[in-house]
Ligand binder design. Structure first.
Ligand SMILES: Nc1nc2c(c(=O)[nH]1)N[C@H]1C(S)=C(S)[C@@H](COP(=O)(O)OP(=O)(O)OC[C@H]3O[C@@H](n4cnc5c(=O)[nH]c(N)nc54)[C@H](O)[C@@H]3O)O[C@H]1N2
Ligand SMILES: Nc1nc2c(c(=O)[nH]1)N[C@H]1C(S)=C(S)[C@@H](COP(=O)(O)OP(=O)(O)OC[C@H]3O[C@@H](n4cnc5c(=O)[nH]c(N)nc54)[C@H](O)[C@@H]3O)O[C@H]1N2
Ligand code: SF4
Ligand SMILES: [Mo]
Length: 896
């Protein structure tokens, strides 16, 4: 399509499930800028740090631009023919279950719909699973057990209308920042809103909480069954709702009563007093929303956690009414859309069930399909095990990076390497997964393709094109449809546009529905290209209006289940009888529990956020949080390099010693890969242990140990080019404005540092190299110049290198004409005359922790005052919680 210049295009953020509206503009010189869409009902103009930095992540650096077969460039015809013929042949020889698709909640609904249709309707297998298995599966299973359908009952507005918000296993401040800001803003207006955070760690989200329950890992089932029992004992039930709209309450209450309060205290690690305060608050607050995400879902008891929470809401009738409800917030931009198209191995399309012959028959007729899959397919962990043992012989991975994100990642990598035929569709030419593909297919990225996504509150929004498609990249749905055609299913994959795919998906949702199924967007079944282009965000359900009724469109505040009408056979919700169980995974060899998750400014395997200098400066290295007592026991100091290991693998990361971490537990982020660190792939440590109901892996609870890595030398380098390889046992590379910054550690100090520096940033011919060596003190500094530009500088010391990171990185960005200026780089106190900004807190304005601390000392004692002086926190606001924490810490220090 023609791209008009300097026109703002309305689209949707490709990161988290909040689903914020974005206005993207391409200036005449090609510069892209983004801002929040003031009219989008998810964000009303706000964007978080990741959303604000989107323009920094869309360059073509590292893009896969042409199809490749066995590493050589190939034409689309050749590549698609090879994929189609290999899949067809494998199916002919070994049956449909010998092939599989592993897809992603980052596909658009149209992509996902076509992939699911091809596998379930035309290949005739249900071996299509998705990274949503690692993300949402327990919530889906919990919803289906309780409601008979995978329905999220509430809306974002409920978070503003609630009087109590319980956040369970959810680091909203960092992972759903705009929702967090909506809650913070609501609380400014109504300070009586109470917030309880249930998380083993004191995360930044605790900043907003009235009560932080530092629960023992996986103590949640005990906490919420304990709550149900307590509600029963304290006459805090909604008997009318229970009788009219639910079944199974008696058994659920009986099971929940297995533990007395002392038992719950023991299982949760919380005091009876804390429990009593939380339970009374819950009992006394009719308008309660319980928000939950990965601390709940990613557990071997994930589905039980979900149902233990839902049970409490059903028992109090707190569902479907304004300001109430259990609320599973989704992680990926289209986790919900993937569920709607049935893109998981145990679902059929449009929220229909694979086990239900009527549903199968309906979908088969609608698709005019030869063979709809008759049984659920393999779930992610089982799928890769089947790849490993040879049952799956052809695998197509789309928009996900399982070599980094699946549990037991080394085994997953080995399985992929051993698989006879692996296709990967991705936007990048090099990821830890793409490197093993026999066929690489270049996908169009965000901004280059049209489609829809559904956010956590069931709101469907358009992603729109504002950039030209580079090279030969194609949108995912088109790639899949082309393969479908070449496998002989031309009629079913004849769509010309994403609008046609969406219309078909909408038609299926309304097909023979009549209110029997929750997911119905039949109102859009006849949508044409023009209306699709103009589509404004709407919430489902949006059934086809009856004759003579008003035109299409979801309402702005649709909710489910206030008056029952669940999607079970008797239309009543089911209480699930749940007994808390405790499982001890630690052992003398692995005495700690490793908990894993996310940081504020990185997204998953860093394929996009890793490109942004702004986002890479917040946290530039993989790290592990350790409680001071655990660190002391191991002789671990803050900023040491440590080895974290489990039965399956090990990583080297920086130690962050902090009392915010629970004693006995470690926390490490999932983001670092072989592209950004020496040995940072955290999922090499996690186990393929899954929830028995949902198949979701227990990624938050792995037995581990931590010990110091005996580093003899530490290094820090800035380089203009990313080093091709780095000969150090520990390194972590992060983008900075003029190039890259690299943290280093060595087991040995007997190293030819000049040679090492040359291997990092080269010694430009005719260039100038300056060096300073103090062998006795173990101090070495080397800088190389190409003309008057710095090609790289290396700083080596026997302990963590004390050079201002910001200053060093800036040297890549300025010219070095004079010799004196050059010498400053290798002089003793590099950058010491310029105050070190410290770790960057505000990525929008590059304001560091030290600057904020200095401003506090200078009398700025509120987030607003800091904003007034330093601008920190005044753009996206994602760092406001951290600023408040720094203010508190420094005021305490001043008072001491
Ligand atoms: N910045 C950023 N934002 C993101 C993403 C990202 O990569 N980066 N990814 C998106 C995606 S796909 C997802 S799924 C979401 C995830 O969003 P969240 O679920 O909020 O994020 P996590 O950090 O994975 O885990 C949340 C918390 O669960 C806690 N936890 C661990 N074990 C337990 C437990 O047994 N009980 C309880 N109650 N809590 C526990 C952890 O300490 C952690 O703070 O984030 C989305 N947003
Ligand atoms: N230890 C641990 N592991 C975890 C988790 C955890 O909390 N702890 N969380 C889990 C969860 S909740 C999730 S969601 C997963 C996420 O894990 P992944 O899905 O593996 O992570 P991403 O980095 O988002 O991978 C997306 C890939 O798609 C590519 N891509 C981007 N856009 C497109 C596109 O339009 N088309 C195509 N074809 N490709 C595209 C990107 O380049 C990238 O390679 O990780 C899971 N793993
Ligand atoms: S909260 Fe941030 S990452 Fe999530 S959709 Fe909004 S802008 Fe994007
Ligand atoms: Mo996720």
């Amino acid at each position: 399509m023609e791209i008009e210049e300097a026109r703002e295009v309305r689209t949707t953020c490709p990161y988290c499930g909040v689903g914020c509206g974005v206005l993207a503009k391409v200036a005449a010189d090609g510069q892209v800028s983004v801002r929040g869409d003031p009219d989008h009902p998810a964000n009303f103009g706000r964007l978080c740090s990741k959303g604000s930095a989107l323009a920094e992540t869309i360059d073509l650096d590292g893009r896969l631009l042409h199809p490749e077969i066995h590493g050589r460039r190939a034409g689309w015809n050749e590549a698609l023919d090879l994929v189609a013929s290999t899949f067809s042949q494998t199916i002919a020889e070994h049956g449909p279950d010998a092939v599989a698709f592993y897809v992603s909640g980052q596909l658009l609904t149209e992509d996902y719909y076509v992939a699911n249709k091809l596998m379930k309707g035309f290949v005739g297998s249900a071996n299509i699973d998705t990274n949503s298995r690692l993300c949402m599966a327990s919530s889906v299973a919990g919803h289906r057990r309780a409601f008979g359908s995978d329905t999220v009952p509430g809306t974002y507005e409920d978070l503003e209308l609630a009087d109590l918000i319980v956040l369970v296993g959810s680091n909203l401040a960092w992972c759903h920042p705009v929702l967090y800001q909506r809650i913070a803003a609501a609380r400014e207006k109504r300070p009586e809103i109470k917030i309880v955070l249930v998380d083993p760690r004191r995360t930044m989200t605790a900043d907003i909480a009235d009560m932080h329950l530092a629960i023992a890992p996986d103590g949640d089932v005990a906490l919420f069954t304990g709550l149900l029992a307590w509600l029963g004992q304290h006459n805090a039930l909604n008997r009318a709702y229970i009788t009219a709209h639910t079944t199974g309450f008696g058994q659920a209450l009986f099971a929940a009563s297995a533990l007395d309060l002392a038992g719950v205290a023991a299982a949760t690690g919380l005091s009876e007093d804390e429990l009593g305060r939380f339970y009374s608050l819950f009992a006394a607050t009719p308008k309660t929303v319980t928000v939950y995400s990965q601390g709940v879902n990613q557990s071997s008891s994930g589905t039980d956690k979900v149902n233990a929470i839902i049970n409490c809401h059903l028992a109090t009738g707190r569902i479907g009414r304004p300001g109430t409800g259990p609320f599973s917030v989704t992680g990926q931009p289209n986790a919900m859309g993937g569920r709607e198209v049935g893109g998981m191995a145990n679902m059929l399309a449009a929220h229909m069930e694979i086990e239900n012959p009527e549903h199968r028959d309906r979908v088969q007729r609608f698709w005019n399909a030869p063979a709809v899959a008759r049984k659920p397919g393999l779930k992610a962990v089982e799928m890769f095990q089947a790849v490993a043992d040879g049952r799956i012989k052809a695998l197509w991975i789309m928009a996900t990076n399982p070599v980094d994100s699946m549990p037991d990642a080394d085994a997953v990598e080995a399985a992929i390497k051993a698989c006879p035929f692996v296709v990967v569709s991705d936007v990048l030419a090099r990821t830890d997964t793409v490197r093993h593909a026999h066929v690489r297919l270049p996908a169009a990225a965000w901004g280059e393709k049209d489609g829809t996504v559904t956010n956590s509150e069931r709101r469907i929004s358009r992603q729109r094109v504002f950039l030209a498609v580079p090279g030969e990249a194609r949108p995912d749905w088109r790639i899949i449809a082309e393969v479908g055609k070449r496998m002989g299913f031309g009629a079913a994959f004849a769509h010309e546009t994403p609008a046609e795919v969406f219309a078909e998906h909408a038609a299926l949702s309304g097909f023979e529905n009549d209110g029997a199924r929750d997911f119905d967007i039949g109102a859009y079944a006849g949508i044409d290209g023009e209306d699709y282009d103009a589509l404004v965000p709407f919430q489902w359900p949006a059934p086809k209006p009856a004759e003579g009724a008003q035109a299409a469109g979801g309402s702005s505040s649709s909710r489910f289940f206030a008056d029952g009408n669940f999607y079970t056979s008797d239309r009543k919700a089911r209480f699930i009888a749940i007994r808390p169980t405790t499982e001890i995974r630690t052992s003398p060899d692995f005495p700690l529990i490793l908990n894993t998750g996310r940081v504020r400014d990185h997204w998953h395997t860093m394929t996009r956020t890793g490109k942004s200098p702004r986002l890479s400066q917040h946290i530039a290295e993989p790290f592990v949080e350790i409680h001071p007592a655990d660190a002391a026991r191991q002789g671990i100091g803050d900023a040491d390099i440590v080895r974290v290991s489990s039965l399956r693998g090990e990583v080297l990361v920086r130690a962050l010693v902090t009392p915010r971490q629970r004693q006995g537990s470690l926390f490490a982020p999932m983001h670092w890969t072989d592209q950004f660190a020496a040995t940072g792939r955290l999922d090499t440590l996690t186990a393929p242990l899954t929830d028995p109901v949902s198949g979701q892996p227990a990624l938050k609870h792995v037995a581990a140990r931590v010990e110091t890595f005996a580093a003899k030398a530490f290094g820090f380098a800035v380089t203009r080019q990313k080093p091709a390889s780095i000969a150090a046992p520990y390194w972590a590379a992060a983008r900075c404005r003029g190039g890259w910054r690299v943290e280093l550690a060595f087991a040995d100090d007997d190293i030819d540092w000049a040679g090492f520096a040359a291997s990092l940033f080269g010694a430009p011919p005719g260039g100038d190299t300056l060096a300073y060596h103090d062998r006795d003190a173990g101090q070495h500094r080397i800088a190389a110049f190409d003309g008057d530009q710095l090609s790289g500088a290396l700083f080596v010391a026997p302990g963590p290198v004390a050079v201002s990171r910001g200053w060093a990185a800036e040297q890549l960005d300025v010219t070095h004409a004079g010799q004196r200026q050059r010498f400053r780089i290798v002089a003793g106190r590099a950058g010491a005359d310029r105050p070190d900004a410290g770790a960057i807190v505000c990525s929008c304005f590059s304001v560091g922790a030290n600057q904020i601390a200095a401003a506090v000392a200078g009398g700025c004692t509120s987030v607003e005052a800091i904003g007034g002086t330093l601008k920190a926190g005044t753009n996206c606001g994602s760092c406001r919680a951290e600023i408040r924490t720094i203010i508190q810490a420094n005021r305490v220090q001043a008072a001491e």
